[in-house]
Design a protein around this ligand. Structure first.
Ligand SMILES: Nc1ncnc2c1ncn2[C@@H]1O[C@H](COP(=O)(O)OP(=O)(O)OP(=O)(O)O)[C@@H](O)[C@H]1O
Ligand SMILES: [Mg+2]
Length: 152
């Protein structure tokens, strides 16, 4: 287990963290993006996808619940569980299959805690000012080397 606290000074801070996560992401990885409305979860997901080479638009999956991307390194599904009312809905969203085939980014993991893999990288974003965020990170120890000294 590792824990890290990283202040994100504006969008460049989120982009720097996203690029690092992209570099360490492997098939079977889940990234749980926690935080209040507007904390910056979609922005971080977008930064991770950009770090993986996605150049197309990365819309919020609030209404579609899931968006899928093929990147040179791996397939990624980006979920938003905000509107999930019953964990049974998750089966239709193909989470297990997504983890077999690639990595998953999940906004609002709190809505279906039992569906989140135990080895997920948890990132809780908090709003520190209108121009900054803080990332509280917890997850498997292999991430500590990948995420240490993120310059923001
Ligand atoms: N590091 C940051 N510094 C400053 N502003 C940021 C940062 N990250 C995100 N924002 C801004 O916060 C706002 C909300 O971001 P975003 O949509 O990513 O939040 P969210 O957590 O996905 O919200 P929701 O819960 O509605 O899905 C956007 O205007 C975004 O530009
Ligand atoms: Mg969002």
């Amino acid at each position: 287990m590792m824990r890290l606290n990283i202040p994100l000074d504006g969008l460049p801070g989120t982009q720097a963290l996203g690029a690092r996560i992209a570099g360490g992401l492997r098939v079977g990885d889940a990234v749980a993006l926690e935080g209040d409305l507007g904390a910056g979860k979609t922005t971080l997901a977008r930064s991770i996808l950009e770090g993986l080479g996605v150049t197309e638009d990365v819309p919020s999956p609030t209404f579609t619940l899931v968006q899928q991307y093929e990147t040179p390194k791996l397939a990624v599904r980006h979920y938003d569980f905000y509107r999930i009312e019953d964990p049974s809905e998750l089966r239709e969203l193909g989470l297990d299959e997504a983890l077999d085939e690639g990595a998953v980014l999940i906004e609002w993991p709190e809505k279906a805690p039992n569906a989140i893999p135990p080895d997920a990288l948890h990132i809780k974003l908090t709003i520190t000012s209108d121009r900054s965020r803080n990332a509280h990170i917890a997850g498997p120890s292999r991430w500590s080397g990948i995420l240490k000294d993120v310059h923001v």
